[in-house]
Design a binder for this molecule. Structure first.
Ligand code: FPP
Length: 228
């Protein structure tokens, strides 16, 4: 084994799955087709994470800012999250994946009914998978880093009151599609994360791309502000 590959694995990998809309536009398809292609990429990345031995995988499924998209796309994304959970939870359960949602439970009143349905689906998936220990899939849904910090600070000391206080900090944060922003994702948990940006659009990302990001991470020296 080379020196680079002998460095520790990231325990917690977080992913901003960006570029679904552009992937679809490049093919003359509806944006929704891009999200559907993104589901296949996500399943492949989950299987890759299990192969590699990653313990926590956070994915940005729907942000507190996504409510501002056109109604048609918001409704699609909510229904899409629900359908994905329904279609994949048994399989993910069989792989030993614990499906856990983090984010706010409340949203804009005009979406209350649909949102309640999606949250019920998340609650069911969590109940089904709660004793699984191989991989924890943290689905950040109706999630915003600032909202999380506001909610935590209102309850007490921030680290103890994060949405998932038991989950370790993010080691490696991946964003696809060439954008180099955090976009309000896991602001507290990613304070010392290694950042990895790739031009690959999310539907084209897969387990091999994940392995490349992890290898890149293993080649870096982490100093956490000290001298190493
Ligand atoms: C960003 O592409 C992607 C999203 C807004 C949604 C991604 C969600 C999933 C793949 C499903 C996750 C669900 C569960 C239950 C795990 P974009 O629309 O911002 O693309 P663009 O920047 O090219 O327009």
């Amino acid at each position: 084994m080379s020196e680079a590959t002998s460095r520790p694995l990231p325990r917690h990998v977080a992913v901003i799955m960006d570029g679904n809309g552009r992937w679809a536009a490049a093919r003359g398809l509806e944006r929704t087709a891009g999200h559907e292609a993104g589901e296949r990429a996500l399943m492949d990345v989950i299987e890759g994470a299990l192969d590699i031995g990653i313990r926590y995988l956070s994915v940005y499924a729907f942000s507190t800012e996504n409510w501002g998209r056109p109604r048609r796309e918001v409704e699609f994304l909510l229904g899409f999250n629900r359908a994905l959970l329904r279609a994949r939870r048994d399989y993910l359960n069989s792989l030993g994946v614990r499906i856990r949602r983090i984010g706010r439970r409340s949203g804009p009143p005009e979406y209350a009914e649909l949102l309640a349905d999606v949250l019920a689906e998340f609650d069911g998936a969590f109940e089904m998978t709660r004793s699984n220990r191989r991989l924890e899939l943290l689905v950040c849904f109706n999630y915003g880093g600032r909202a999380e910090l506001e909610d935590a600070a209102a309850r007490g000391p921030i680290p103890d009151n994060l949405y998932a206080p038991d989950v370790p900090d993010v080691d490696l944060l991946i964003r696809t599609s060439g954008e180099m922003r955090l976009s309000n994702f896991l602001l507290w948990q990613a304070a010392y994360a290694e950042l990895y940006f790739t031009d690959t659009l999310w539907p084209d990302f897969d387990r091999h791309a994940l392995a490349a990001a992890v290898a890149d991470y293993q080649g870096r020296e982490r100093r956490f502000g000290a001298l190493g």
